[in-house]
Design a protein around this ligand. Structure first.
Ligand SMILES: NC(=O)C1=CN([C@@H]2O[C@H](COP(=O)(O)OP(=O)(O)OC[C@H]3O[C@@H](n4cnc5c(N)ncnc54)[C@H](OP(=O)(O)O)[C@@H]3O)[C@@H](O)[C@H]2O)C=CC1
Ligand SMILES: O=C(O)CCC(=O)C(=O)O
Ligand SMILES: [Mg+2]
Length: 478
């Protein structure tokens, strides 16, 4: 079927990327839609396109080339399509048709008006995994003493939790009705809630966490861990399940369930590794002593709880001693979990103990900015939104409006998002050239204002946004 557009025209040369089993099939001349972005997008996008094109030309001569297709979203879309046309159908049609896209940041007004365009794109294309690597480039200034120890990839669920955006404003008829219904019908009907009541002047938000949404995200995270060498082949499930048992706690439980079912041969959970290792160190260890070693405070528990833990120890040993015992578990993917507040301090105090952090939506939003700050700030924080038939690459940061149009912002995050896109396409040689160029530019103190002001001694004057792109390219041949 011919695809038609209202106001844009695809490039006349180039081919379409298709997907098979969730993986892209990329021709040598793919057409790739891009959204310039609001605010600093005007500075960042030209710098990014220049670096990506130069890397492809240097890596493949003329054999491979991206045919860029400009599509519109945000303020630029309203200029072309009219007032409030922030996300035109043309743009959606193009992204659906070509499968892989890259974008600059888009403005989300605080406290009303349009809902986030960034979130809308993720939901429309069901881009359920938001992948945000945070790794250190030597020489990048950091508030931390050993930023090089942090090398993590945040796998953030990208479609539910707060992104479902189901909320009612305080004082509205529906909010009042809902509170009344919850207070008089649902809460009293659920004994575990006791006499709790929702304040009458509350706004209400719903936080749905589904088994399907959680498990497809954790599946992606484990698949990624399988490609990593020891000791980075591990996945940490991040949650606040001690407080919210049926949403955050369920995310953890569903993650473990998936690991132990779909990935049984190649995974071990942290708890299983303790049980196996206790028996390896002392083959005569009783089930109860093993349970005592894996459960702090075991002796203070009720008999029922003690029996449950002993049962778990027994079933682990019965199920996987043959396949995972006698140290075999050390070669498997380690799946563990950490409570969300704890992981924020752990990535600072024990950064090298973590690798892939699988999170729900909100926790991952916070965590990806915090981890980016450790390795150099939002100027070095790339990202990808990945689904089964589409992927959109974009930075962790927003439009940084006070820097817009000044040719001073750091384009590093969108350029590194381009690196992720090239890797996703299988164009590793071009991706490697850009990584090498960025590393060399930073090591040579050729940096934009954000890194320049933190360097010792500070770099003055810093490079402009466009000059940073040129500096990266100048190091391709080093
Ligand atoms: N995916 C997306 O498109 C996203 C969009 N947004 C939207 O962006 C808008 C602005 O959000 P805001 O809260 O100001 O957050 P931003 O991430 O846009 O900027 C906050 C601060 O982070 C630093 N920063 C951001 N980008 C860079 C960069 N490329 N290089 C160096 N430093 C950078 C700057 O700090 P300093 O000035 O101290 O140097 C900047 O002032 C909002 O509408 C928000 O909703 C937010 C996040 C993601
Ligand atoms: O779309 C937005 O305004 C915010 C998105 C965001 O914070 C993120 O993607 O990390
Ligand atoms: Mg964010």
């Amino acid at each position: 079927m011919t695809v038609s557009y209202e106001k844009i025209t695809p490039p006349t040369t180039g081919s379409t990327i298709t997907f098979s089993d969730g993986k892209p099939l990329v021709p040598d001349d793919p057409i790739i839609p891009f959204i310039r972005g609001d605010g600093t997008g005007v500075d960042i996008w030209p710098a990014t396109a220049k670096v990506i094109d130069a890397a492809i030309a240097a890596a493949y001569g003329g054999q491979r080339k991206i045919h860029w297709f400009k599509v519109y979203a945000g303020d630029e879309a309203c200029e072309i399509y009219g007032t409030y046309q922030y996300l035109p159908q043309d743009t959606l049609t193009a992204i659906k048709e070509y499968g892989i896209a890259i974008k600059g940041p888009l403005t989300t007004p605080i406290g009303g008006g349009i809902r986030s365009l960034n979130v809308a794109l993720r939901q429309i294309f069901d881009l359920y995994a938001c992948v945000r690597p945070c790794r250190y480039y030597a020489g990048t200034p950091s508030p931390h003493k050993t930023p090089e120890k942090l090398d993590v990839i945040v796998y953030r669920e990208n479609t539910e939790d707060i992104y479902l955006g189901i909320e009612w404003k305080q004082g509205t008829e529906i909010a009042d009705k809902l509170i009344n219904y919850l207070n008089t019908e649902l809460i009293p009907a659920t004994p575990e809630h006791g006499k709790k009541q929702i304040p009458l002047d509350a706004g209400i938000g719903i936080k749905p966490i589904s088994k399907t949404g959680s498990q497809r995200l954790v599946r992606r995270a484990i698949e990624r861990a399988l490609t990593l060498p020891k000791p980075k082949n591990q996945v940490t499930l991040v949650h606040k399940g001690n407080i919210m048992k049926y949403t955050e706690g369920a995310f953890r439980d569903w993650g473990y369930e998936l690991a132990k079912s779909e990935f049984r041969d190649v995974c071990v959970t942290e708890m299983e590794s303790w049980i196996l290792s206790n028996k390896e160190k002392n083959p005569d260890l009783s089930i109860e002593d093993n349970a005592r070693m894996v459960e702090p405070g075991y002796d203070a528990l009720t008999d029922e709880k003690k029996a449950k833990i002993c049962q778990e120890v027994t079933s682990v040993l019965d199920a996987i001693w043959e396949t995972h015992g006698n140290g075999q578990w050390k070669d498997k993917i380690m799946v563990n979990d950490r409570i969300a507040d704890s992981i924020f301090q752990q990535i600072q105090t024990r950064p090298d103990e973590y690798s892939i952090l699988a999170t729900m939506n909100l926790n991952g939003d916070y965590l990806s900015d915090a981890a980016a700050a450790i390795v150099g700030g939002l100027g070095m924080g790339p990202g990808a939104n990945i689904g089964d038939t589409c992927a959109i690459f974009e930075a962790t940061h927003g439009t940084a409006p006070k820097h817009a149009g000044l040719d001073r912002i750091n384009p590093g995050s969108v350029i590194l998002s381009g690196v992720m896109m090239l890797e996703y396409m299988g164009w590793q040689e071009a991706a490697d050239l850009i990584k090498k160029g960025i590393a060399a530019a930073v090591a040579n103190r050729q940096v934009t204002y954000d890194l320049a002001r933190l360097m010792e001694p500070p770099v003055n004057p810093p490079l402009k946004c466009s000059e940073f792109a040129d500096a990266i390219i100048s190091h391709f041949g080093d």
